[in-house]
Structures are given as structure tokens and as C-alpha cells.
Design a protein around this ligand. Structure first.
Ligand SMILES: [Mn+2]
Length: 251
């Protein structure tokens, strides 16, 4: 089980070894690398220096200034922002899906572009979103994507749309989502020093159905990586880009 791959391609090859199936909870793309700003889509298109400045402004909450800085650069690049980004997105997905272990079960993160996936998903890779699948004797339910935020990441949906995907599941043994249920200690990022968006719909689902596990990613450096709601173990499977190892769910 992995999440938040953010283009950590080398480690992905290893992640699928010695397991029955790999489950991936999304965020395959790397837009901005906070550790090394020369990496990722922004680093490639903007260069390290400008990306670092852009990131600094956003981290400080100066979204309008960051956007203005970016727009100036986009105007100088000769193609539309969308064309340039989509070229880089395609390159990253090509590389990531070419080494994605098989069999794998995947859902989208907020840092994904779902419309691209059909071109890269290979036989043995199953994409699920608002859907349930049986793996072994257990039912796994998947809910992908993120909720709307000031960061305007690529795949953010409304609370209503998210709720309808959760409602479509019915009872499962293992609830798999990109974002966590809305519980303070698992949604707070101690490095970014902010709350990421968690889902009330997921929390309500857990209270109602009490699955054995609620597994998710999204919060890269959480205050707590696990908690419990009734009998449900809620676990952040870890930021694969930095951890480079999967979370092992031994059933
Ligand atoms: Mn992420």
C-alpha cells in the first residue's frame, strides 16, 4: 500500500515485490518539489530559482503575488500554460505507469489528472473511484481525489461530489481514500504547519459502517499517522516520495 508517490519512480519498482497486490492511493505527479525546487513540473518549466520564489510566496499565503509571478513566466514561454503542463504530466505518467507493479489497484489523488490515466494504465492495473472490489476475502472501497482548497490542486471536487462517491460504496472491510477522514490530529501537517482538507463524509461513513481499516495518504507530515474511530483503525500509509517504502497491510 502506497500513497503520494510524487514521481518517486525508482522506489516504485521495489514497492511491488513480495506482495500479493499493490494498492496506490494517488498523487502520482510531482508539480513542485519543496526539497529540491529544480525537480517536478514547475522546476522543469520555471527553473529552480523561480520555483523556489513561487513556493516561498505560496507558503507565506501570498497567493495573488505567486500567481502574478507565475503568469509573467507563462507569458514568456511561447506555448499556453495548459499545453506546457500537460506535456510534462504526460511524461511523468508515462514513466510512472511503466514501472507500476502488477497487480495493482489505484485511485486518484488531488495531485493527479484523471483524464490522462486511461492512456497509461496497463493490463493488471485497476482504477477505482467510488467503487468496491474484492481482494482475497475482503471488500475494499475506493474514493479518490481531494476537496476544494486555496491551493487549487489539479483534482479537487466539491463536498457534494465527494459525498456521492462515498455513498456509492456501501459496507466494506477496508476503506481506501486519498484524503483522510476529518479528524484534527491526522489532518494537521506539522512541517507545513497547516490543516489539510479531510472529509466529513469519510468520517460519517466510518462511524456508520465501522470498516476494519480506513487507509489514506495526502498529509505528508501528519501530527499523528494513525488514530482509531470505534473499532476502525485509521492509518496514513505514508508519503512514498520521502519514505520510499510501502506500508504493509498483513491480512
Ligand atoms: Mn501528496
Amino acid at each position: 500500500m502506497i500513497s503520494d508517490v510524487h514521481a518517486r519512480v525508482e522506489a516504485l519498482v521495489e514497492a511491488g515485490k513480495d506482495c500479493d497486490a499493490l494498492i496506490c492511493l494517488g498523487d502520482l505527479l510531482l508539480y513542485t518539489d519543496y526539497v529540491d525546487p529544480g525537480n517536478g513540473i514547475m522546476g522543469t518549466l520555471f527553473g529552480a530559482e523561480l520555483t523556489a520564489e513561487f513556493t516561498r510566496l505560496r507558503t507565506a499565503g501570498h497567493f495573488d503575488e505567486a500567481r502574478a509571478l507565475a503568469n509573467k513566466k507563462w507569458d514568456s514561454l511561447g506555448a499556453t500554460k495548459e499545453e506546457l503542463i500537460n506535456q510534462e504530466v504526460a511524461k511523468q505518467y508515462e514513466e510512472i505507469f511503466s514501472v507500476m507493479p502488477i497487480p495493482s489497484y489505484l485511485t486518484y489523488g488531488n495531485v493527479d489528472k484523471p483524464e490522462f490515466w486511461k492512456d497509461y494504465v496497463k493490463p493488471g492495473m485497476t482504477v477505482l473511484d467510488g467503487e468496491v472490489i474484492k481482494i482475497g476475502d475482503l471488500k475494499f472501497g475506493f474514493v479518490g481525489g481531494g476537496l476544494q482548497s486555496v491551493y487549487r490542486t489539479p483534482y479537487e471536487i466539491s463536498d457534494e461530489e465527494f459525498q456521492s462517491k462515498v455513498d456509492a460504496l456501501g459496507p466494506v472491510d477496508v476503506l481506501c481514500s486519498h484524503i483522510p477522514p476529518l479528524i484534527p490530529e491526522i489532518t494537521y501537517d506539522v512541517v507545513a504547519r497547516r490543516f489539510e482538507r479531510g472529509s466529513q463524509a469519510l468520517l460519517d461513513y466510518i462511524n456508520k459502517y465501522q470498516p476494519r481499516y480506513s487507509l489514506f495518504g495526502h498529509v505528508h507530515q501528519p501530527l499523528a499517522s494513525r488514530t482509531r474511530v470505534g473499532v476502525t483503525e485509521c492509518i496514513n500509509v505514508g508519503h512514498f516520495r520521502s519514505r520510499k517504502r510501502p506500508f504493509v497491510l498483513d491480512l
